[in-house]
Write a protein that binds this ligand. Structure first.
Ligand SMILES: Cc1cc2nc3c(=O)[nH]c(=O)nc-3n(C[C@H](O)[C@H](O)[C@H](O)COP(=O)(O)O)c2cc1C
Length: 195
């Protein structure tokens, strides 16, 4: 469980990032690791944060989905350049799938074209040519004509349950401030780190 103080700090900074005009305030780098220890990273969008942790949605059969199923340890990183003198938030923890009902509820809020796209895209698999993707899109458009698009079973959310959250506050002359929170069991403690 995320300590309320950490959640509040994060929520406050995210809100400030939106107000500051950050172009993608919810964009976060997600680093995963495969069974051989090879690391990969990509941007995903944060779709919610609460006492469980940080939630995003993806294709469970994508490369990241497979890595998260096999080995849930991940790192997230936000960077808000326009905020104060620059803010970075680093998060480490374990990824868990959210329950189907939670993915259904979020999927239902997505634009119809994105819902159809979730069926059409075999995310991370080789695509022989662009036409093939467009044909798959049209196929699902027809399949769902006149009715709601249901959530594909291979698409849904993960929540990252953190055991480390670090707030990095940029300062002049590189005298940045780093506040690192670490969780041991259910106890969170914080300390400062040299920048
Ligand atoms: C700004 C931005 C937001 C993105 N948001 C998501 C997202 O929320 N979920 C997702 O699966 N991919 C998202 N992507 C695409 C991923 O970066 C990535 O290309 C894709 O998920 C495939 O990754 P994988 O092959 O490592 O599984 C986003 C990309 C960008 C640039």
């Amino acid at each position: 469980m995320l300590k309320p103080e950490i959640l509040d700090t994060f929520a406050q900074l995210l809100e400030e990032a939106v107000v500051a005009g950050e172009p993608e305030p919810t964009a976060m780098n997600l680093a995963t690791v495969d069974a051989a220890g090879r690391v990969s990273s990509r941007i995903v969008l944060l779709k919610g944060v609460d006492e469980r942790g940080f939630r995003f949605y993806t294709n469970y059969e994508s490369d990241k989905g497979a890595q998260l199923e096999a080995h849930g340890q991940v790192a997230l990183c936000f960077h808000w350049k326009l905020l104060r003198q620059g803010i970075q938030v680093r998060i480490e923890g374990l990824a868990r799938k959210v329950v189907a009902e939670e993915s259904d509820a979020y999927f239902a809020t997505r634009p119809r074209a994105s819902q159809i796209g979730a069926w059409a895209s075999l995310q991370s698999q080789t695509l022989p040519d662009r036409d093939t993707f467009e044909q798959r899109y049209e196929r699902y458009e027809k399949e769902f004509e006149g009715r709601d698009v249901t959530r594909p079973p291979h698409w849904g959310g993960f929540v990252i349950e953190p055991d480390m959250v670090e707030f990095w506050y940029g300062a002049e002359y590189r005298l940045h401030e780093r506040v690192r929170w670490s969780r041991h069991g259910q106890t969170w403690t914080s300390r400062l780190l040299y920048p």
